[in-house]
Design a protein around this ligand. Structure first.
Ligand SMILES: NC(=O)c1ccc[n+]([C@@H]2O[C@H](COP(=O)([O-])OP(=O)(O)OC[C@H]3O[C@@H](n4cnc5c(N)ncnc54)[C@H](OP(=O)(O)O)[C@@H]3O)[C@@H](O)[C@H]2O)c1
Length: 265
């Protein structure tokens, strides 16, 4: 019997697509979650918390690879350190596959203002270092913003009477399932270190992304352009979160929106 693959964050937006694709590829899959769930065909759910390290040992025992998709707005470095420590304390050496973000190395998080808005990039870079220095065989993929995330933010902002958006910022959103497919391919391959980024097919002004959402949802709202202070925001305006040379994603934001049936015309 082949050893299972563990997916941390396998209940999340990206992780559940990774889980489905691994299962379809014939892998036995373990999912680590903070919440108990009944097992499914080919998928075993284990309960643990990467923030405290509780319950991680049994999840990592005997796996051949770990796809590390667990994360939040901050603290990814702590979660990743606890994961690596649990693996090493059990004497394992699985292939550790990490999903990071385009710009982790280019958005400087130096001042209190940067930290207030962009600490996510700093913690992703720190987590990348934990992976690279873990002594485990590793692969790290940086992705741009997922369509699902952009939609979630657009939905929240769309409830406001006036929508504040950072001026001069462009995104290159990518289809979440295309990222999942790439991660699975990397997981089933040889450890490759930092691999070429994955990014969506188009670079789009943030306001244009929002207008696309509003059109698809049949709403009209004024947009207020706000110039964000700090070096991190300046780096984002200069394109630090874009990867034009890796625009390998196929699905566009407009195509994604059309499939969401948001109620507009
Ligand atoms: N969203 C984007 O646009 C984007 C872009 C580039 C990279 N990424 C990276 O991709 C990864 C996945 O993002 P996502 O959007 O799929 O996130 P998500 O939907 O918010 O899912 C987060 C997952 O992390 C798990 N998790 C959170 N804290 C945990 C903890 N303390 N212990 C164990 N599990 C924990 C959650 O599991 P439970 O709630 O079941 O415990 C959940 O499955 C993240 O590392 C993110 O930084 C995201």
């Amino acid at each position: 019997m082949t050893q299972p693959v563990l997916v941390t964050g396998g209940t999340g937006t990206l992780g559940r697509r990774v889980v489905a694709r691994l299962r379809d590829a014939g892998c036995a899959v373990r999912v680590l979650s903070r919440h108990a769930r009944p097992d499914e065909d080919g998928i075993r759910y284990l309960t643990g918390d990467l923030a405290t390290g509780a319950g991680i040992g049994p999840a990592v025992d005997g796996v051949r690879a770990i796809v590390h998709c667990a994360g939040g707005n901050k603290g990814d470095d702590v979660l990743t350190r606890n994961l690596v420590e649990a693996v090493k304390s059990r004497g394992g050496a699985p292939h550790l596959v990490f999903i990071s973000v385009v710009g982790a190395d280019r958005v400087p998080v130096v001042s209190a203002i940067d930290r207030a808005m962009f600490s996510y990039f700093g913690s992703k870079l720190a987590a990348e270092r934990v992976v690279a220095e873990s002594g485990l065989p590793w692969t790290t993929l940086r992705a741009t913003q997922f369509h699902d995330l952009v939609l979630m933010v657009a939905r929240q902002l769309g409830k406001l009477p006036v929508i504040p958006l950072p001026s001069g910022s462009r995104f290159q959103p990518v289809e979440t399932d295309e990222v999942a497919a790439r991660l699975v391919k990397l997981t089933l391959g040889e450890p490759a270190g930092l691999v070429p980024d994955i990014a969506g097919p188009q670079i789009v002004e943030v306001a244009e992304l929002m207008r696309g959402y509003l059109r698809a949802a049949g709403r009209r709202r004024p947009i207020l352009h706000v110039r964000l202070p700090g070096r991190a925001a300046a780096a984002v305006r200069a394109g630090a979160i874009l990867a034009p040379e890796h625009a390998t994603g196929k699905r566009t934001w407009e195509e994604f929106l059309a499939d969401q049936h948001l109620g507009g015309h």
